[in-house]
Design a binder for this molecule. Sequence first.
Ligand SMILES: C[S@@+](CC[C@H](N)C(=O)[O-])C[C@H]1O[C@@H](n2cnc3c(N)ncnc32)[C@H](O)[C@@H]1O
Length: 341
Amino acid sequence: MTQQPDPGHILQTATAFWPSKVLLTAVQLDLFSVLGERAMTASKLGEVLGLHARGTYDFLDALVALKFLQRDGDGAEGKYKNTAETAAFLDRHSPTYIGGLAKMLNSRLFGFWNDLGTALKTGQPQNEIKHNGKPLFSELYANPDRLVEFLEAMTGFQAANFAQLAAKFDFSGYKTVSDIGGALALLSRIVGARHEHLTFTSFDLPPVAPHAQARIDADGMSKRIQVVEGDFFTDPFPKADVITMGNILHDWNLERKKLLIKKAYDALPDGGALIAIENVIDDARRENAFGLMMSLNMLIEFGDAFDYTGQDFRDWCGEIGFRRFDMLTLAGPTSAAVAYK
Ligand SMILES: C[S@@+](CC[C@H](N)C(=O)[O-])C[C@H]1O[C@@H](n2cnc3c(N)ncnc32)[C@H](O)[C@@H]1O
């Protein structure tokens, strides 16, 4: 007997923005930080968050059903508290907080993705630069709040990946690392904490530097991590044994990707390694749905920028002169694409 097709997958994906928006709104309201280590009734929590009674129970119980809250007891007596994951990652008092990612998804990308159809028809970005055509980073960084929001969102995307990179890549034969587009120097801080023999340069645009320096100082790592301000298209890369680029190549078109790879090649010694930490798409472009949607996100953000496969990376790096390649699986849909000079 042939099986009847089941609409479940279509329905689940069609409504996927509901759970997404419930979670993003909870982060925006800072619900998980308000709860902290406490357990609170719906009426108390609703009062603190300024919620109308109509939605309070639906919202909080939806979070329970989605496993983003726990509830002891039922009804008016029921008390809500964080799960182990929300306590670790969505309470902003936690050192492993990644709520910045949810905040940026909510405040920027949720709305911009509404224009995906326009992006597909025009090939043009659909974000803040849609009507003024300015370069995205100068537009984002012109507003100090948006600058911080963007940098903290990057932390959410990459923290687990950098920890995996520190565990899986063999850094033992190297002494220096330049992280190009290093944002809050997260890669340097995470890899540096595990590999004490390494020193780092975290290279990024001038408005980012004070924010990176503050994080490095807070982690007590200023002797081993130097912040260098510059523009990676016009300034040379700081020379190092290893050059890392986390979510950098996917921000640019092919010509600029190749320029950045060439600059990395020139800054490395023989035997040095270029490591791109990205949502590398599988070569057949059938499996890594997140990587493919990240590439659509690059269309929304930049227009001509795109994510790429491991084979693309090997082809571009091979053209420039890199001789050996490797691919390390990191957290979830992210990989480290490695090219050795
Ligand atoms: C998508 S973020 C990635 C940040 C970080 N590497 C990560 O993996 O989370 C891109 C970074 O490149 C930096 N950037 C963009 N254009 C740049 C330029 N022309 N020169 C130096 N840094 C730049 C941005 O400030 C930002 O920190």
